[in-house]
Ligand binder design. Structure first.
Ligand code: 13P
Length: 238
């Protein structure tokens, strides 16, 4: 059976170090390397210490390893903090901060250069366009990345309309995810492909089984410890 990866994207949550520590401690109860916790930067250190059995990921990085870039965090710094992964290209960064695919491409290359595994998120904004434009987005964010490096990457099919905090956000149907993931596999050179968007304990298994995803990226449900533990259990049974 292939490993199934579960990425917990905490986004800009929780608000205190105490809450972050206790959430990480709860998750440590099912600790496995296939669980990738991505807390906000200020909590990376304490999550690493509270949940040593899971993998650590950041939610972004800059495209240079060091220098005069006030406020930015480099891939080399994340690596030295114990991160193995970094999320790149999340739609919320494009929507709120104007991040472009060209910026994401530079970040992917820098992350690979520092020995991090990029988890690159791609997905259309509008449900009527489901699956369209994915190959083009992939080519732009992965331009210049070798076949060998592409095979190490994680890609997430995460349609914007399916994110729980988007207006009217509801999960894709597993067959929609399957079709989009199939299109992405053609150009992915062996990268693992995950699904993200309103994943919870009730539907995670269907994306892994019927959607043929190699894992799931979880936002809101990853902040509810009991539900997240349940989700991990469901994924294990697929
Ligand atoms: P939700 O699981 O809250 O829909 O968030 C998905 C997401 O953005 C993960 O990257």
């Amino acid at each position: 059976m292939n490993k199934k990866y579960i990425v917990a994207n905490w986004k800009m949550n929780p608000t205190s170090a105490e809450e972050a520590r206790s959430l990480a401690q709860e998750i440590q109860r099912v600790a496995r390397a296939e669980i990738i916790l991505c807390p906000p930067f200020p909590f990376l250190h304490l999550v690493r210490d509270a949940a040593p059995g899971v993998s650590l990921g950041a939610q972004d990085c800059f495209w240079e390893q060091e220098g005069a870039y006030t406020g930015e965090v480099s891939p080399a710094q994340l690596k030295s903090m114990g991160c193995s992964y970094v999320l790149l290209g999340h739609s919320e960064r494009r929507i709120h901060l104007g991040e472009t695919r060209e910026m994401v491409n530079k970040k992917v290359q820098a992350a690979l250069g520092a020995g991090l595994i990029p988890i690159v998120l791609i997905g259309e904004e509008d449900r009527s366009q489901t699956g369209k434009g994915l190959a083009d987005s992939m080519e732009r964010v992965l331009a210049g990345v070798s076949k060998e490096d592409r095979a190490r990457l994680f890609l997430v099919y995460e349609p914007v309309w399916a994110i729980s905090t988007s207006e009217g956000g509801e999960p894709a149907r597993p067959e929609e995810a399957k079709e989009a993931i199939g299109r992405m596999r053609e150009a992915a050179c062996g990268a693992r492909i995950l699904y993200g968007g309103s994943v919870d304990a009730s539907n995670a298994a269907s994306f892994l089984r019927d959607g043929e995803a190699d894992g799931v990226a979880v936002g809101s449900a990853s902040l509810r410890a009991q539900e997240f533990l349940q989700l991990v259990k469901q994924a294990e049974e697929v």
